[in-house]
Ligand binder design. Structure first.
Ligand code: GAL
Length: 716
């Protein structure tokens, strides 16, 4: 096993600072231990030994955090209080009148969290933002410029601006429902409160000169973002569950024939002899020669990704060996390995290495480690490490990610895959979250929310009722961290809707062209903690207008239902300067909010607007996308495959400002970049003279590019 740095090893001695009675919450008694520039830890009561980070292997990027200017917490510490009572830890943070709260899990319907009550619990998302989700990360980001991680692997209750204390400094207006027309069913609250079912908790505070900087610190503290192998940014197709090697080969040929991009083929449960529970061994009927199958794919530049879920089958070769290291309960009759234990990692690691990784398999889709309650082990289960079932539920997906990442790190090969559960501490792991909840609009809201909590999300495409919906879904997935069609159930292909085949092919090819830009965006995620796909609210200087309207009294519905705020739920940023505003089936036009400064149409370079709301009618062919003034977008020449060796890069410049951009390059697939094997190429472009320049630092190695062709998109 790789000797990684166990997170716990990094923790500096903590000061136990709690000492107040049950009814006197203490703000001043909490001691802030500085960890890095703008990062502090506070220990309240007696925190659990196991937390969200303690069992994971990753290295916090403290040096990178320290390059950011020190910023004080913009909140009166005396007003932050904590107390342990009834075996639980109660936490309170003050809220200002206009303060907004973001984060708090991978939500699908809401972005702003003030006004919500949730219980953060790992689960398959069930259609409402009640805290049960794939990554219920207990990290909030305040619009005031700070954020807090409540580092407990527990089901945490959140009251985000919903409760009113008698001793409130800013109590709500006293009203009379009988006479006040504007009686407010949800009185104003100046509290952000949490209840952690444990006798103490570690808190980690992050400050920043804006919300993006808070998120950057959080991401870097969690190990920095993922840098996927370059192939991971190509197009992925998952084939029907019982496909054989021959059928996969036919499918790959069909992609070629139609000139559709394909980088990764995903095999679903049928690749193995048994699934639900799993043997993790190739089925000799469907895959008689896995070695030559994987090699054949690899010779065509295609990686193979395999579906797995956590349950080990009794007829798996290592069943009896792993049994002592599994929990008391099963998932679909599968034993659940306790991935916090070194023995488990050794036994399962050996099995995965022998059966799949040594054959050249590029990674995994780790399914169902979130679990509905009826699937996974219940909370009465016990695990050999002594970690409680509640804690295990909160970190199971994180543990699997840590384990799998370790196996590939050992080979100095990057992997990229999918997972159904994550939490704090998984930011550096090369896995993207997906699910079965197939709502296009909500998938985009999740994409936006993922950027506050240090995880990646893909709005994967499966099926569609109409060709319009199909194309709209394909357009959005091509602007996400992982562009995938998941045809496991019904065998859809990118060309399944012939009337939009060309447009689907075009957007898939656009995805391939954008790889130099996307890869650079991911490099900023890894090195600087900047999410590659981000909420508009994380753009410095930009906040959506939020109106706290009152709800309408309705006798058929919940009369206390407060109206939701206007939120930025359907447009987002990709990389440094691209704004994407998807359309959904049934829409022919939409409003796009352009932040301050001038913005230009991505496709034509024409001026689109400046700090304003525009209405656009792009037609079916295009997903609206805009570039800010001076934005530089490096792209491969149009084509259906990722160039293998050095290739020309087209450097698009937008707008009227002279500007510069750093293009990232490395070998694209190993971890050598962590030891310094990378180069930033400075691209400068001046539209006034139509001149551009690419500067490689002296002695810098270039792996991917051999020519830089500047294109000034905006006519001056
Ligand atoms: C689901 C998963 C699908 C597919 C299926 C296979 O849980 O979300 O994408 O993999 O299992 O059984």
């Amino acid at each position: 096993m790789r000797k990684g740095i166990l997170f716990a090893g990094f923790v500096v001695a903590l000061v136990v600072c709690f000492g107040c009675g049950p009814s006197t919450p203490s703000g001043s008694g909490m001691e802030y231990q500085r960890v890095a520039s703008g990062v502090w830890k506070v220990e309240v009561g007696q925190p659990d030994k196991v937390n969200l980070l303690s069992e994971l292997e990753f290295t916090p990027k403290i040096d990178a955090i320290n390059t950011l200017d020190e910023v004080d917490l913009p909140v009166d510490k005396a007003e932050i209080t904590a107390e342990v009572f009834d075996g639980k830890t109660y936490l309170r943070f003050p809220l200002d009148k206009e303060e907004k709260i973001y984060g708090l899990g991978l939500n699908f319907k809401s972005v702003q969290q003030r006004g919500r009550i949730t219980r953060l619990h790992v689960d398959h998302y069930g259609g409402s933002d009640n805290g049960r989700t794939h990554a219920p990360v207990p990290f909030f980001v305040s619009s005031k410029g700070y954020g807090v991680l409540i580092n407990a692997a527990r089901y945490i209750d959140v009251f985000a601006g919903t409760s009113v204390r008698k001793d409130s400094k800013n109590p709500p207006k006293l009203q009379n429902r009988n006479t006040d027309g504007d009686w407010n069913p949800q009185p104003y609250s100046d509290n952000l409160e949490f209840l952690v079912p444990a006798e103490g908790v570690e808190l980690v505070f992050f400050s920043g000169k804006n919300m993006l900087e808070v998120v950057r610190r959080f991401n870097l503290y969690n190990g920095g973002g993922v840098l996927p192998p370059k192939w991971g940014l190509g197009f992925w197709q998952r084939v029907p569950t019982l496909y054989s090697d021959k059928q996969v080969e036919e499918e790959v040929n069909e992609f070629k024939k139609r000139d559709f991009p394909l980088s990764v083929i995903g095999l679903e449960p049928g690749w193995m002899t048994r699934s639900y529970p799993c043997t993790y061994q190739w089925d000799p009927g469907r895959f008689p020669s896995p070695d030559s199958f994987v090699k054949n794919m690899s010779d065509q530049g295609i990686k193979v990704n395999l579906w797995v879920n956590p349950g080990v089958a009794p007829d798996c070769d290592i069943a009896s060996e792993i049994e002592p290291f599994t929990g008391t309960h099963t998932e679909w009759n599968g034993m659940l390995p306790d991935y916090s234990m070194k023995e488990t990692k050794e036994i399962m690691g050996r099995h995965f290495e022998k059966n799949v990784i040594s054959k050249g398999v590029s990674g995994f889709k780790m399914d169902e480690n979130d679990g509905y309650d009826s699937w996974v082990a219940p909370d009465v289960a016990k695990y050999p490490s002594g970690i409680s079932a509640e804690q295990m539920r909160q970190i199971y997906g994180s543990l699997m990610q840590s384990f799998m990442t370790g196996l590939y790190r050992e080979k100095n090969e990057r992997t990229y895959g999918l997972v159904r559960a994550g939490n704090a501490g998984t930011t550096s792991y090369p896995f993207v979250i997906y699910n079965d909840y197939y709502n296009h609009r909500d998938f985009i809201t999740a994409l936006i929310n993922s950027s506050f909590i240090g995880v990646l999300w893909t709005p994967e495409v499966r099926a569609s009722r109409t060709s319009e919906e199909w194309l709209r879904r394909m357009q959005t997935v091509c602007f996400s961290p992982l562009a995938m069609l998941n045809a496991w159930a019904d065998g859809t292909k990118p060309w399944s809707f012939p009337d939009v085949e060309r447009q689907v092919g075009d957007v898939m090819k656009l995805r391939i062209s954008l790889i130099p830009y996307l890869y650079t965006a991911f490099a900023h995620y890894a090195f600087d903690g900047i999410p590659p796909v981000r909420a508009m609210n994380l753009e410095p200087g930009f906040e959506a207008e939020v109106s706290y309207d009152q709800g309408v009294l309705d006798s058929t519905d919940n009369p206390y239902n407060i109206a939701r705020r206007q939120e930025m739920k359907d447009q987002f940023m990709v990389g440094e300067s691209l704004l994407v505003a998807p359309l959904f089936a049934g829409e022919t036009e939409r409003k796009v909010i352009l932040p301050e400064g001038k913005w230009y149409d991505f496709y034509t370079g024409e001026f689109a607007g400046e700090g304003e709301i525009i209405t656009v009618k792009p037609g079916l062919d295009k997903i609206p996308a805009y570039v800010r003034d001076g934005g530089i977008i490096p792209m491969y020449e149009p084509g259906s495959s990722i160039p293998e060796g050095p290739a020309p890069v087209i450097v698009r410049h937008y707008g009227t400002k002279a500007s510069a951009y750093d293009l990232y390059d490395d070998d694209g697939h190993t971890y050598d970049y962590e030891k310094g094997a990378f180069t930033w190429i400075r691209l400068s472009a001046d539209p006034a003279s139509s001149k551009g320049e690419a500067k490689v630092p002296e002695g810098g190695t270039i792996w991917s590019f051999n020519d830089y062709r500047f294109e000034f998109m905006t006519k001056q």
